[in-house]
Design a protein around this ligand. Sequence first.
Ligand SMILES: [Mn+2]
Length: 351
Amino acid sequence: MTMKTKNTTSKATNHTVQDVCDAIRSHHNFVVVSHARPDGDAIGSQVAMGLALKALDKQVRLISAGPVPDIYSELSGVDEIEVASAATGRWDVAIVMECPELSRTELTGLNDGFVLSIDHHPGNTFFGNVNYFDESAAACGELVFSVLQGLQVPITADIATHLYIAILTDTGSFHHGPISTRTFEICRCLTSAGADPRALANQVFDQYRVGRLEVIATMLNEMQLEDQERVAVLNIDERLLTQSNATPNDLDGLVNLPLTTRTVQAVILFKSAPGQPLRVSLRSKGDVNVGLVAAAFGGGGHANASGFTLESTAENKRQAVIDQVMEAVRTALGPAVGGTPEKEKPLIRSR
Ligand SMILES: [Mn+2]
């Protein structure tokens, strides 16, 4: 049975780094979890915290509801993540990374224990007994870095690597999100502690199968452009995967491709699989807030990157999603002006 620390701290408030450090110092047995379908920030934050707790001679287990994606599987310490549906065993404190709500862990057994939440997602519900929430952080890994500094844990090369991966992936190679001078100050510390930016970028972004390119070719060929090329709609289904020599791991980040054009301001990716709910990923540029669109459909995320699922019977809601994303673009940028957008703002100005 799980031994639980009595809940004495009131919920629904934000706490300081110092509060987090005090909670960690005063306990011994930890479980560290992150969200289901873990990404680089979830894994990097979780493993870095695990390594730090070990350095402090704490007992720690890492648990995730989903497997580690292939691209992260060779990082040191990742093999310590147990894939399970429940946070079982004896623990005093559950550190929950990267989750605006406890349910995002998709793990049972966390409800009655002492929960310490570290997160940067807008809409965080302060579900923890201690909550360290800061949406101005580009990655949860930035907040973990602050905690480790507070705990005076030495930043080893392995910890640095995980925190760098967290920031690198959550910002899409320093491309989006609330990237700040703090982001680069932290990355400076991480690189001087041994994180290798070139090797890590290669490991995370340049290791896919050629089948990924086949998927991209078909997917972009079938891309639908709406609202004067301001909204791109992509589809990935079973047919596309079976036609190409690609696995689901080869599909990471494809949603971002249309954003590399000047005109496209928002992207919708519908990902369908037999017997599975329809997964919808949204991405946008600048002030276009697709986080609000996802929230309207029961999902969540950030202003420029969000997602949600629709029941497979909800195929007819696709157009409603497209309409709401177009509305989000209009809210931020006004109505699309007529004519070919490419011609209105020349890429290279004539002298
Ligand atoms: Mn994150």
